[in-house]
Write a protein that binds this ligand. Structure first.
Ligand SMILES: *[C@@H]1O[C@H](CO)[C@@H](O)[C@H](O)[C@H]1NC(C)=O
Length: 480
């Protein structure tokens, strides 16, 4: 399908509806789980999933050349254009452009011209010709403003600086960004750089820019959206968590009363939201975004987070580290997506593992060798930084994924009891327990290695394309 449709996408359910039309000549009703959203206040008249489903069917009808179906969906799309917010008009515009639905296209362009959609979004999200068309149409509207000419030159300089910031971000070049900020009179806020980075850049770059702490995370752009609102539209959990962690206010609403959660909900299909969650499987990303934002609103910031680590274990540094290492390893086994997120935010991936329980079988030759050459001081330092990263991971886990953390708490407690019990119980029983324990350890080890390999692959592939000029583009919105 992706060969046939390089610019669009037809999901499974849409394809079934299409096939059924081919065989029966009738269009079945759109399945609710993929053509509505999970916002209770939405009538699903023109929410994104409803639009996306019609868009998918339009692509299918067009690529397999079924003209009656195309014209039927053309009418449906036209119906959406008047009711949808401008962000949701974009996917309609894109399908109309690629499938040459002139009437739909001109209606969409008309909507966009009259909307407050900013020039950056125009350039990033619309086909080039369409964006140019929109710009010239907008200029026709405004060219009787004679006395703006005076401020023009100052405005032009500012605009140039803003452009240079965006360019640096497009190249994932945070160093250059810092340089520009130091050298020229412009701030990240003046360029709405956080909005830009959370919309269009790689999530790692977004995190780096946030970590500069040089911008207001609660800034609103010209359209009244906070950074978190824009991040909610992209539905990338790690960016949302990073923002909350930097103090973004999850309760802020847009001018028309939407919060970050309701934005997310309105973009999320029931099918994705209710996807069955089992321990050890990836949780759906949309679901994580919604859960994290909802919990953040309920969380009372005055109470703060309770103790990071209940210290049932000895104070001994080694013991603590092993305990943390195991906890995080179990977390990665039971809740892979949540654990990965927590580790990302806590920078735990950049520190090297301590060969705790998991490495005790001596499978890790490298670390052993390294240990010999390390002075105790260096080793301690490495252990400490690893421990800090792991503690932060656990802390992040407790804050954003309390349910998972509770499961882990119980799990860790059971594990410890079993270990202690071993000393007092009958020999036979000990043997069974020991076997089970070894099995469990091996299971964790396998999951850990797999996770690690994936992570390393992810790292090296991103290193191979360090500039990635176009890497950040079009990532924010997928017209699917
Ligand atoms: C967050 O936003 C809400 C609604 O705009 C506001 O009432 C609240 O005071 C804000 N919280 C903080 C900590 O600024």
């Amino acid at each position: 399908m992706s060969d046939l449709l390089p610019y669009g996408n037809v999901g499974y359910e849409a394809f079934l509806v299409f096939l059924s039309y081919v065989y029966t000549g009738k269009v079945k009703a759109s399945p609710v789980e993929v053509s509505t959203c999970v916002d209770d206040g939405c009538l699903h008249v023109a929410c994104r999933p409803a639009i996306s489903f019609a868009v998918e069917l339009t692509y299918a009808a067009s690529v397999f050349q079924v003209p009656e179906l195309v014209s039927l969906f053309q009418r449906r799309l036209l119906n959406f254009v008047d009711k949808a917010i401008v962000e949701d008009v974009i996917p309609i515009l894109v399908v109309a452009f690629h499938c040459q639905l002139q009437q739909v296209l001109s209606r969409c362009i008309d909507q966009v011209v009259r909307s407050d959609l900013d020039t950056i979004s125009l350039e990033k999200e619309l086909p080039f010709e369409v964006a140019q068309n929109v710009r010239s149409l907008r200029n026709n509207f405004q060219d009787n403003d004679e006395h703006t000419v005076e401020v023009e030159s100052e405005g032009a300089i500012l605009e140039k600086r803003i452009k240079s910031i965006h360019k640096a971000l497009d190249c994932d070049d945070v160093e250059l960004l810092n340089l520009i900020l130091d050298e020229s009179k412009i701030t990240l806020d003046e360029a709405c750089a956080l909005h830009y980075v959370v919309s269009y850049c790689d999530k790692k770059v977004a995190k780096e820019v946030l970590d500069l702490n040089r911008a207001d995370v609660n800034l609103r752009n010209s359209r009244g959206y906070t950074v978190l609102h824009v991040a909610a539209m992209r539905k990338e959990p790690s960016i949302i968590v990073s923002l909350l962690n930097k103090g973004a206010n999850a309760s802020d609403t847009t001018h028309d009363g939407q919060s970050a959660v309701s934005i997310c909900r309105r973009l999320t299909r029931p099918k994705d939201y209710h996807a069955k969650i089992e321990h050890g499987q990836e949780t759906n990303k949309d679901r994580i975004c919604i859960d994290v934002l909802e919990r953040e609103i309920r969380r009372n910031p005055m109470i703060g987070d309770v103790s990071v680590c209940s210290s049932e274990v000895a104070d001994d540094l080694h013991m603590k580290l092993i305990n943390l290492e195991n906890r995080v390893a179990f977390a990665r086994l039971l809740f892979p997506s949540e654990a990965k997120l927590a580790m990302e935010i806590a920078h735990a991936q950049t520190t090297s593992e301590f060969p705790g329980l998991l490495g005790s079988k001596g499978s890790n030759g490298n670390l052993r060798e390294m240990d010999l050459n390390e002075t105790p001081l260096v080793q301690n330092k490495r252990m400490l930084s690893r421990m800090e990263a792991l503690s932060r991971t656990v802390e992040m886990g407790r804050r954003y994924f309390p349910h998972c953390s509770a499961v882990l708490d119980n799990f860790m407690k059971d594990e410890l009891h079993e270990l202690v019990d071993m000393e007092n119980s009958a020999l036979e029983e000990q043997e069974i327990k020991r076997t089970r324990y070894v099995e469990l350890k091996e299971e964790v080890q396998r999951a850990f290695t797999k996770d690690k390999a994936e992570l390393d692959r992810g790292l090296s592939s991103s290193m191979n394309t360090p500039t990635g000029r176009h890497g950040g583009k079009n990532k924010a919105r997928k017209y699917s």
